[in-house]
Each structure stands twice: as structure tokens, then as C-alpha cells.
Design a protein around this ligand. Structure first.
Ligand code: S3P
Length: 452
């Protein structure tokens, strides 16, 4: 049964809850987990990954890398704290022809990054996905990868399912990103790994830099130059040889976000969220919530797997509405659905702009969140590129929605509206919690545990 099968939908009501208390640990970072499997699968020898996110999206990446020749196994961690993953890679340039279509499920990151890898290998691969992924734009990656010599047969609108024939040898390009997208940047850099010469990506607006960090960590020759106006020029030398690594994946700030907001808006909460990745290209939500008066303290700051990490102590706070600077959007692009919930409980008006990209995520997150929050009593206006929200000033939302919130196969909508339910009088019913397993399988158990 797939997540697209409506007969199998799993609705749930999230009731008003008492304070969030105690200490929790969120799962491994999704972006870093995908990249750790992909690069390990290209490094000859044994890599070991701990803290990997074992969500459906990352498992789709693992299955695809296996289908292209890598040996990937999950074993119990020696210290009993979780699992460890062993990967024996094939080497850059040695990916095998997959025998069947690569099923990407709901995962845009798997799709776009793997298209980059396949694009410079002499193989052909068919990419398929669920109903949500099949609506998402792929032209943003087929454009640069075509310039490198890859060939595509896509479904109408340059969408999945699509067939990709890799180029051998591929042609190095200099590519200026037309959208602020780490996935597009990463697709070109990963294609550059097996392309002779130097592949260059110019990034006018900085986006998450996990690919650059990890490529360097695996021994690729990669440089980053930053101009006075912040434009980043990233160069990678192709036909690289990657060295196997040990990787510890830090906790995902995008998963922590749901608990940060929940603790801020539910009165009496005092919650510690351990091991949260705080890479500056991902930490925008915390900065913005602090500007709104959110009481968030970093404890035990350290480095995990080459990324800054801390435990976060979050206390209930009366938030004040804010005009969010569109420059921060890439550093909190996945956090807006739950940020809108925080804004709905704040005092005064919160205005967001520059959020066009939210319309092409797992769902149209502006339209879907505007409808969802309105249904539970929030005051929301939708503009072309953002939402304007007039908050309750800390008072619980009405909730008690008769028709379940439509989550459109979008995990972050389901989790955001679960958080809204905690801060509502009548609870919030969502139509389907299954998509949560794509990024955060333990979400419900953790939430139920810290509100008990
Ligand atoms: C991701 C990049 C972002 C983000 C996605 C993960 C990544 O997408 O929304 O969840 O791992 O590179 P875009 O690059 O399309 O903005």
C-alpha cells in the first residue's frame, strides 16, 4: 500500500495538551543523511554512518544507491544508542545500470540529487514517485544537466515519471542558479564529480551548504569563493576519487522546529531538545523566533560531523508579530508551515514575503496552510508570495474543525497542524498522518511522550 492510496489514509485528532516537558532527541538531519549515503556509495571501501535518519525519503535514496551497485547495510550500533549503517561504495564513475525504475516515493531531494549523479554516468535510469512528487517541477535540474550532456524524456511539464540517459563523458559547465535551491546546486555539483575538468556553480543567494562540506570531507577538490555581495562561486574538479568516511549525522533542525514552536506556544512548557544541528544556512527559524521574543537558549554547543550542534532549551513565550526579512527565507525554507502556526498565536501581525518556492514543495504550502489555519480559527490572508497572519495574542486557537485538515501528502503540513492542535481549544483533526514517516517516523510518539 502506498501513501497515494486514499483508502489507507490514517486520520488523527491532536487534542489540546498540557505543557511540553523533559528532554527529547530528534532524528538525524534529512539533507545530511541523503548526502552521506550517496557519497559513501561512491567511495571505494567501507564508510560508516551513525545517526542516519531512517525515514522513507532517506530509505528511497538507500534503495536507489543499492540498485546502482552499492552495498548498504544497517547494523545495530555498538553502544546500543541506535543503528549504524555500513556502506561499501562502487567508486565515482562506476555506478551500475539499475534494472528497474528508481522509486523516489515522496522525496524531491532523492530525485534531484540522484538525477545529478546519474547525469554523468553512462547509464539510463527511470525516476518515478508518488502523486505529490509527480507534480513537482524538474526543469530546474533537467536544464543544467542537459547542458552537461544528459538526455531526458519527461512527463508533460518536465515532471516525473522521467527517463534520464547519462552523458559519458559529461561536459563541465558554469551555472548560475536561477532559483535559490540547494537541490539544484547539489545536482550540478554531484554531476560534476564524474565530469572531466571543473564544474562551477554560482549561487547569488546562499542555500544550505551540506553538499559542499561533505564533498570536501570525502576528499573532493572543491573550493568556495564568496564575493563582497555574498555571491558564492563553488568549483569542483571532476573525475574525483572519494575516500570512505565515518559520519555522525547531527539532529535535524527542521524536525526540531515542530517541538521548538510547540514549546513556545503551549503555556508552561519547558523542553530541552538535544543534538540540534545549527548550521547557519539552516538556523533562520531560531533567529526569527528569538526576534519575536521566543525564549530559546543554546546549551552544550559542540561540533558533530563537521556541523555546529547544541541542545536547545525552549520555554513558553508570548511571541510578538514581525515582518520577516525575505533574505532569511533559504535558511528556514522548510520551517514556514510551523512558523505560520507560531505567528497565529503571536500578538499582532506577522507578514511574510518572498515565499514563492513554498508553492512547489511537497504541497503548495502557502495555499494549504492558509486554508488549514483558517479552518481552525486563525486570521490569515494569502498573498502571491507569502501569508499575513493576525495572531491571537497567546490565546488558544478555536480548533474543533469539522472537516479534517487536508495535508496533501505533505509531512510538514501534518506535523504543523498537529502542533496547532496542542494550542487549540477544540483540537485539530488532520486527514492523514502517514506522510510524517517520510521525515520523522517517531514524531507522534515523541509528541505524545513530552505532553503526557
Ligand atoms: C533540500 C533543499 C531544500 C529543502 C529540502 C531539502 C536539500 O529544497 O526544501 O527539504 O537537502 O538540499 P530546495 O533546494 O528545492 O529549496
Amino acid at each position: 500500500m502506498t501513501a497515494a492510496d486514499p483508502s489507507a489514509m490514517r486520520p488523527r485528532r491532536f487534542a489540546a495538551a498540557g505543557p511540553l516537558k523533559g528532554r527529547i532527541r530528534v532524528p538525524g538531519d534529512k539533507s545530511i543523511s541523503h548526502r552521506s549515503l550517496m557519497l559513501s556509495a561512491l567511495a571505494v571501501g567501507e564508510s560508516r554512518v551513525t545517526g542516519l535518519l531512517e525515514g522513507e525519503d532517506v530509505l528511497a535514496t538507500a534503495a536507489a544507491m543499492r540498485a546502482m551497485g552499492a552495498d548498504i547495510q544497517r547494523i545495530g550500533a555498538k553502544d546500543g544508542s541506535g543503528s549504524e549503517w555500513l556502506v561499501h561504495g562502487v567508486g565515482v564513475g562506476a555506478l551500475l545500470q539499475p534494472e528497474t525504475a528508481l522509486d523516489m516515493g515522496n522525496s524531491g531531494t532523492s530525485t534531484r540529487l540522484l538525477m545529478g549523479l546519474v547525469a554523468s554516468h553512462p547509464i539510463t535510469a527511470c525516476f518515478v514517485g508518488d502523486a505529490s512528487l509527480s507534480k513537482r517541477p524538474m526543469k530546474r535540474v533537467t536544464d543544467p544537466l542537459s547542458l552537461m550532456g544528459a538526455e531526458f524524456t519527461t512527463s508533460p511539464g518536465e515532471r516525473l515519471p522521467l527517463m534520464l540517459r547519462g552523458a559519458s563523458p559529461a561536459v563541465p559547465i558554469e551555472y548560475r542558479l536561477p532559483v535559490a535551491s540547494a537541490q539544484v546546486k547539489s545536482a550540478v555539483l554531484l554531476a560534476g564529480l564524474n565530469t572531466p575538468g571543473i564544474t562551477t556553480v554560482i549561487e547569488p543567494v546562499p542555500t544550505r551548504d551540506h553538499s559542499e562540506r561533505m564533498l570536501k570531507g570525502f576528499g573532493a577538490e572543491l573550493t568556495v569563493e564568496v564575493d563582497s555581495d555574498g555571491t558564492r562561486t563553488i568549483r569542483i574538479r571532476g573525475e574525483a576519487e572519494l575516500q570512505p568516511q565515518r559520519i555522525e549525522v547531527p539532529g535535524d533542525p527542521s524536525s526540531a522546529a515542530f517541538f521548538i514552536v510547540a514549546a513556545l506556544i503551549v503555556p508552561g512548557s519547558e523542553l530541552v531538545i538535544e543534538n540540534v544541528g545549527l548550521n547557519a544556512t539552516r538556523a533562520g527559524l531560531i533567529d526569527v523566533l528569538r526576534q519575536m521574543g521566543g525564549d530559546i537558549t543554546e546549551q552544550n554547543a559542540r561540533e558533530v560531523g563537521g556541523e555546529p550542534v547544541a541542545d536547545l532549551l525552549v520555554k513558553h513565550s508570548l511571541l510578538k508579530g514581525i515582518e520577516v526579512d525575505p533574505a532569511v527565507v533559504p535558511s528556514m525554507v522548510d520551517e514556514f508551515p510551523v512558523f505560520f502556526v507560531a505567528a497565529a498565536l503571536a500578538e499582532g501581525r506577522t507578514t511574510t514575503t518572498g515565499l514563492d518556492e513554498l508553492r512547489v514543495k511537497e504541497s503548495d504550502r502557502l495555499a494549504v496552510m492558509a486554508t488549514a489555519l483558517t479552518a481552525v480559527g486563525a486570521r490569515v490572508q494569502e498573498s502571491e508570495d507569502g501569508l499575513i497572519i493576525d495572531g491571537t495574542g497567546g490565546e488558544a486557537l478555536a480548533g474543533g474543525n469539522k472537516a479534517a485538515i487536508a495535508t496533501h501528502l505533505d509531512h510538514r503540513i501534518a506535523m504543523s497542524m498537529a502542533v496547532a492542535g496542542l494550542a487549540s481549544k477544540g483540537g485539530v483533526e488532520v486527514d492523514d498522518v502517514r506522510p510524517i514517516a517520510t521525515s520523522f517516523p517517531a514524531f507522534e510518539a515523541l509528541l505524545d511522550g513530552c505532553t503526557a
